[in-house]
Write a protein that binds this ligand. Structure first.
Ligand SMILES: NC(=O)c1ccc[n+]([C@@H]2O[C@H](COP(=O)([O-])OP(=O)(O)OC[C@H]3O[C@@H](n4cnc5c(N)ncnc54)[C@H](O)[C@@H]3O)[C@@H](O)[C@H]2O)c1
Length: 271
């Protein structure tokens, strides 16, 4: 049997869709003929991306939505169903860290604030769970769908500094496996839940953890990361798309509960 990697005509909902990594996914999925609903907190950024995709001959919709707000996600679903009538793939891309949840030379573990730690857990964990419930309900009615969560290397191996973020992403990995089992047993074996775990991609979130603000040279942390990455480089956002297409399409019909590292070998490397 020739594997079917097609995503043409499939309806994707991408939370955090206009962020660095997910906007690249949206562009590539659009180029492959997918319909893309960009869910973003800031309406303008989402609309700018949807306009770009539509101008290139695609079919995209921007919906402003805070993924930690259940009512907002329900409203977003109504808008998407009104336009497209179904949801084939949910990419839970909204996520991120906060400085006050990150230990540093200036901020010890004892000084991490409960507000920031709760905020990071809320965005990454609840911001994955709520859209999975709400769009997963639609997939349950369809008896088919694919949910793809954005985990992180920080959720696979605890990384120094990012205490709250790592714990929140570990929770995302655990939830991915939990939901994979739940959907297969309780909704349909054709609803699959998987994750990708990006390694180090140089983006706005981590640029100045990895490179010096003034010189652009790698910081000590950046040097460590490169030394621990067998490929000795950072990832490029477009390098996530192959795994997303695989997990979204019928090429992976027996794959659920997986978390695919996309990390240049970081997770595989010991010493
Ligand atoms: N950049 C990396 O190296 C890296 C590595 C591993 C995992 N990740 C994960 O990949 C995902 C995308 O990361 P990125 O680097 O592109 O980040 P980014 O900050 O560029 O994008 C995140 C997007 O989420 C949106 N967002 C934030 N809070 C939101 C909310 N409450 N509701 C809706 N949208 C919200 C932001 O507006 C932004 O568009 C995140 O989950 C991140 O944790 C990133």
């Amino acid at each position: 049997m020739v594997p079917d990697f097609s995503v043409k005509g499939k309806v994707f909902v991408v939370t955090g869709g206009s962020g660095v990594l997910c906007s690249e996914m949206c562009r590539e999925l659009n180029a492959l003929g997918a319909k893309v609903a960009v869910l973003n907190r800031s309406a303008e950024k989402g609309q700018a991306l949807a306009d770009e995709l539509n101008a290139s001959g695609g079919d995209a919709l921007a919906v402003s939505c805070d993924v930690t707000d259940e009512d907002a996600v329900r409203r977003a679903r109504a808008v998407i169903l009104e336009k497209y009538g179904r949801v084939d793939v949910l990419i839970n891309g909204a996520g991120g860290n906060q400085p006050a949840a990150t230990a540093s030379d200036e901020r010890s573990f004892f000084d991490l604030t409960p507000e920031a730690l709760r905020g990071v857990m809320d965005l990454n964990f609840m911001g994955t769970l709520l859209p999975s419930q709400i769009f997963g309900e639609t997939m349950a009615a369809q008896k088919k769908g694919s949910i793809i969560n954005l985990a992180s290397m920080a959720g696979i191996r605890p990384l120094t500094r990012v205490a709250g973020y790592g714990a929140a992403k570990a929770a995302v990995v655990n939830l991915t496996q939990w939901m994979a089992t739940w959907f297969a047993r309780n909704a349909s074996a054709e609803i699959r839940v998987n994750a990708i775990a990006p390694g180090f991609f140089l983006t706005e979130q981590n640029r100045f953890l990895m490179t010096d603000r003034e010189t652009g040279e790698p910081t000590p942390r950046g040097r460590h990361v490169l030394m621990q990455t067998p490929m000795e480089r950072y990832g490029k956002p477009e390098e996530l798309v192959g795994a997303v297409v695989y997990l979204a399409s019928d090429a992976s019909t027996f794959v659920t509960g997986a978390c695919i590292p996309i990390d240049g070998g970081f997770a595989a490397f010991g010493i």
